[in-house]
Design a protein around this ligand. Sequence first.
Ligand code: FES
Length: 161
Amino acid sequence: MAFALTPEREREVEELLSHYPNRRAALIPVLWVCQRQHGWISPEVIDWVARRLELSTAVVKGVVTFYTMFFEEPVGEHVIWVCRTLSCDLRGAKAIQEHLEEKLGCKAGHTSKDGKFTLLKAECLAACGQAPMVQIDDDYFENLTLAKLDGIIERFRGEAS
Ligand code: FES
């Protein structure tokens, strides 16, 4: 099915384009607008962005595949990134990942059956001094313990009172 932005998001793209010297320079923020609407960067989104910015689909796809923040397949309602680089690993990131896998019922790289969470592993998220940490959507959760993590997940599930 062909992709199109809502009129409101199309206005957002127009505004973005007015801040950049050329269309190509706006590629990342425009992809970001599309992902916020669609949830992921499907082949139809790539086609739309290529047409809108007058670029080849290869250029757009090259950027999408380079940056891990762009999802190339559908993801859950919330995306959890577990930092698995050295500082976090030394402070229990493996246990954090395993705890989440058990709690969500899916391995890293997959989405929970209820579609609520996608669990992904990340390289250093630049919060090493607060290790171990995870990023959920746009927010960081730092100095984690398993108990603290349980409370955070419950809040996202809407289970907390
Ligand atoms: S190692 Fe985890 S934030 Fe840097």
